[in-house]
Ligand binder design. Structure first.
Ligand code: DGL
Length: 272
């Protein structure tokens, strides 16, 4: 029997629920695609972990998704992409799209004064992965990066509007304002939920670039170019797998993804 690859699912993973913002953007843009989402809730957060450790988790998860015969792999976690993208691309033949390059490409196209801000976890910012992605484009832009480690904890506890959050945001974003960036990359899965406070602090003249939406645009383009778009008129199915019951509840999942968030399959991860 000839298997039509276009009907295979897209595999996507993140350290936990955050990547569901990326899944949301994909479901909106590619409603006919089947999706398998893996959240490594057993090891979340990745942001404060050493890059080597994050790389190991990312490769193990990728092995598992490749075994599911996915037609494309989306690294929906900035920290994992920062740690493991090069190695993943060397190791697997399946096309891999990460949240990094699409956001960089879009920010470069948007910025007028060629000063672009990046906010993300410590792992992402310390890895220099965004600087490399900017360098690969050969664009003459200045990237000002700032780790914002506390943002993830605010979002995870459902706080997107407190005075404490505003104060922390003002502190983190001060270097961006001083450098007069006109474009800010939200280089972390959780930050689209902080758009309100980020826009409030940065002002209306700064364009916020969400890696979630840009990644979905890139996936659309790559699937179309490879003739892998699912042409079925049916709505795609969505599977959610997590490595631990900790850190993924129906309420949290619905906040990040919306009504499509359904039952989670647990796949305990005993490898370290
Ligand atoms: N998903 C992570 C990222 O985009 C944020 C959460 C974490 O630290 O694991 O970098």
């Amino acid at each position: 029997m000839v298997v039509d690859r276009s009907e295979r699912p897209i595999g996507m993973f993140d350290s936990g629920v955050g990547g569901l913002t990326v899944a949301r953007a994909h479901i909106d843009l590619l409603p006919h695609e089947h999706l398998i989402y893996f959240g490594d809730t057993a090891h979340c957060p990745y942001g404060p972990r050493p890059l080597e450790e994050v790389r190991k988790f990312a490769l193990e998860i990728t092995d598992a998704l490749v075994e599911e015969d996915v037609k494309m792999l989306v690294v929906a976690c900035n920290s994992a992409a920062s740690a493991a993208l090069d190695e993943m691309r060397e190791r697997y033949v399946v096309p891999i799209v990460s949240v990094i390059e699409p956001a960089v490409k879009s920010a470069i196209a948007i910025s007028r004064n060629r000063r672009i801000g990046l906010i993300g976890t410590e792992a992402t910012v310390n890895s220099g992965a965004y600087e490399h992605a900017v360098g690969d484009t050969k664009a003459n832009v200045l990237l000002i990066a700032q780790a914002c480690p506390r943002f993830v904890e605010f979002v995870e506890r459902g706080d997107t509007s407190s005075d404490e959050l505003l104060e922390v945001a003002r502190e983190y974003l001060e270097p961006m304002k001083e450098s007069e960036v006109d474009t800010l990359i939200l280089g972390c899965t959780h930050y689209p939920l902080l758009r309100g406070v980020l826009r409030y602090v940065m002002g209306d003249d700064v364009v916020l670039v969400s890696s979630a939406e840009e990644t979905a645009n890139q996936v659309y383009a790559e699937l179309r170019d490879a003739d892998l778009l699912n042409r079925s008129p049916q709505t795609g199915t969505h599977r959610f797998i997590a490595s631990s019951e900790q850190g993924i509840s129906g309420e949290l999942g619905a906040r990040f993804l919306g009504p499509e968030f359904k039952a989670v399959e647990y796949r305990p991860w005993d490898k370290p």
